[in-house]
Design a protein around this ligand. Structure first.
Ligand SMILES: Cc1cc2nc3c(=O)[nH]c(=O)nc-3n(C[C@H](O)[C@H](O)[C@H](O)COP(=O)(O)O)c2cc1C
Length: 175
């Protein structure tokens, strides 16, 4: 099975990118085809519902994501939702990427109170594209990190569970 982890934060000191990189490391233990897409390194146009779809960077990201079987999105939580960059990625890529795929989420938030922020994007992916969403996700706050590194043992263990879930669900759905 082929996997992609997308880091959607545009912040150079992103904590969700740390989760993405660790997820790639864990996935590489289970698959020879694992990629990391860092949106901070691939500036995408904002979706305008028209000419954005012809943008070479948007097409490149779409081609790569269309190729894989399972996707993890590493997301900052902004205003009780994933950040605009993550939503923009979904708008730019659409059904060719998300239909009948498995997707999971790795979140970095400022506080515990926003833990239900994923519900909107999860519902949209399920209803619009029939994406199979992993029922466990990673939700972290600043307290789980120290000096830019993931320190929480609990989150590290849960990340292993989420990565195993991604592989397990993807093999069942796409194998
Ligand atoms: C514009 C903005 C909105 C935010 N909104 C929320 C929020 O609604 N809930 C929350 O817990 N944290 C919020 N935060 C804090 C971020 O989730 C936190 O900084 C997180 O580390 C961002 O992910 P990143 O480090 O991967 O970029 C917000 C931060 C910004 C800049």
């Amino acid at each position: 099975m082929r996997y992609s982890v997308v880091s959607t934060s545009l912040n150079p000191k992103s904590r969700s990118r740390v989760l993405a990189v660790e997820a790639v490391r864990l996935l590489e233990e289970q698959s020879e085809d694992v990629g990391l897409i860092d949106l901070a390194a691939v500036p995408l146009p904002l979706c305008d519902g028209g000419k954005c779809y012809g943008d070479p960077r948007a097409q490149e990201v779409k081609t790569e994501l269309a190729r894989v079987d399972g996707i993890l999105m590493a997301c900052p939580i902004y205003n009780y939702d994933i950040s605009a960059s993550g939503k923009n990625l979904i708008e730019l890529t659409g059904r060719d990427v998300w239909t009948d795929k498995v997707a999971g989420f790795l979140c970095a938030a400022g506080g515990k109170g926003s833990y239900m922020s994923l519900m909107g994007v999860i519902g949209s992916l399920m209803l619009d594209f029939h994406t199979t969403i992993l029922p466990r996700f990673i939700y972290t706050t600043g307290a789980d990190f120290e000096d830019g590194l993931l320190e929480s043992q609990e989150v590290k263990e849960r990340l292993g569970v989420v990565v195993n879930d991604l592989v397990r669900y993807t093999e069942k759905l796409r194998g």
